[in-house]
Design a protein around this ligand. Structure first.
Ligand SMILES: *Cc1c(COP(=O)(O)O)cnc(C)c1O
Length: 374
């Protein structure tokens, strides 16, 4: 017989992360409609921006996505196991030549980022006796990944370097698309169009999430949204057009009276100017609630805002519940830390970072629930 305590629906974890896969699918459809007639891929690197690539990607396939990008080879291997064979899986970080057989065995499409990778993939094609698929990235100003301008010029002059390579798309990446009207976006677009026109014909792909919203001249043939799928605002200067995807609820461990003149937490960083009630929640920086968010923003308890006070600890967060009706805030209750009221972008702003980092830092200790957000 199962003891009642083990059969309980009560979460054992200190915090529960709810992930709304229907909202991810809605976001993809919205982006795909905006980008059409360009095709819309889905970037699911970093474990689907922290939300679980093996859950997110099949849901996106169901919604219509056929092209997926990850950063690492191992991420691609994990994805292949959960996606139908017709799904195209691109590996942004390129080709690890020593593991070329893995790319071949799983039909991965490496993003070749320099001439050395192109040569190595061409050699593999020779050995395999067939053309091998690849995306090829050209740098248009980021100076991060992709052929630099000298390498690009050589490839244009010597297209035979591509013998045996089935170029699925020329790609490049925008540095400043999140900033409306940033001049670098137009510069990159013009450079990219000029480069693609001189290379052998293949589809072209430039736009990330924000790029999709900065004009259809950035869409080319394939767009590559990531963050917007997961509810991050791709147009930070305006309202968020994307559906909110996650909610994070933390357990209230203790509620205490804290007299005026005292302080809360490490460093005595929060001084109490009045008699207060402090609730302590079961999440901290070890769960990805960044310490730089100390003393900023609020959580919501039964619909009431409670300001975050004091430093974020490793496993604990303290909030001031003095102004909440007492019966609403009891040990064993729950506080909403991230949700439609205070989304990932706001949590990020309070911690001095970006929504991407909040998502990819989401804690391994959370109980994860894949269900619409209540
Ligand atoms: C991460 C990444 C994307 C997705 O960017 P978002 O800003 O999250 O939409 C697209 N392309 C490349 C090359 C990337 O590295």
């Amino acid at each position: 017989m199962t003891p009642a305590s083990e059969a309980s629906a009560e979460p054992r974890a200190g915090a529960v992360l709810t992930i709304d896969l229907d909202a991810v699918a809605r976001n993809w459809r919205q982006l795909a409609a905006r980008a059409a007639p360009a095709r819309c891929a889905a970037v699911v690197k970093a474990d689907g921006y922290g939300l679980g690539a093996v859950k997110v990607a099949p849901r996106l396939f169901q919604a219509g996505a056929r092209v997926f990008f990850v950063a690492h080879l191992e991420e691609a291997v994990a994805l292949r196991a959960v996606l139908p064979g017709e799904a195209v899986i691109g590996v942004l970080n390129g080709l690890i030549a020593a593991h070329a057989s893995v790319y071949l065995a799983h039909d991965f499409v490496p993003v070749l980022n320099h001439l050395g990778e192109i040569a190595a993939w061409r050699d593999e094609a020779g050995k395999a006796g067939r053309a091998l698929p690849a995306y090829i990235q050209v740098d248009t100003g980021m100076n991060r990944l992709g052929l630099d301008s000298r390498e690009t010029a050589r490839l244009i002059a010597e297209p035979a370097r591509l013998a045996g390579i089935d170029v699925r798309a020329w790609i490049s990446h925008l540095a400043c698309a999140d900033q409306a009207g940033h001049p670098m976006t137009a510069v990159q677009r013009t450079r990219f169009a000029g480069i693609v026109a001189r290379l052998p014909p293949a589809p072209a792909s430039l736009a990330n999430s924000s790029g999709i919203f900065r004009g259809s001249d950035l869409h080319f043939d394939l767009v590559r949204p990531g963050c917007a799928l997961y509810g991050v605002n791709p147009t930070p200067e305006a309202g968020n057009p994307m559906a909110s995807v996650i909610a994070l609820d933390a357990r209230i461990l203790q509620v205490r009276e804290a007299p005026a003149g005292g302080s809360v937490g490490y460093g005595a960083a929060h001084a109490l100017a009045r008699d207060a009630r402090i609730a302590t929640l079961a999440l901290g920086y070890a769960d990805g609630y960044l310490r730089t968010g100390s003393g900023r923003g609020f959580v919501t308890i039964a619909g009431h805002k409670a300001p975050i006070v004091g430093r974020v600890s490793m496993d604990l967060l303290t909030v001031d519940v003095t102004d909440l009706p007492e019966p609403l805030c009891r040990p064993g209750g729950w506080a909403r830390v991230i949700g439609p009221d205070r989304g990932v972008d706001q949590v990020a702003a309070d911690a001095g970072t970006i929504g991407y980092e909040i998502l990819t830092d989401l804690g391994a200790r959370y109980q994860r629930r894949y269900t619409p957000i209540g």
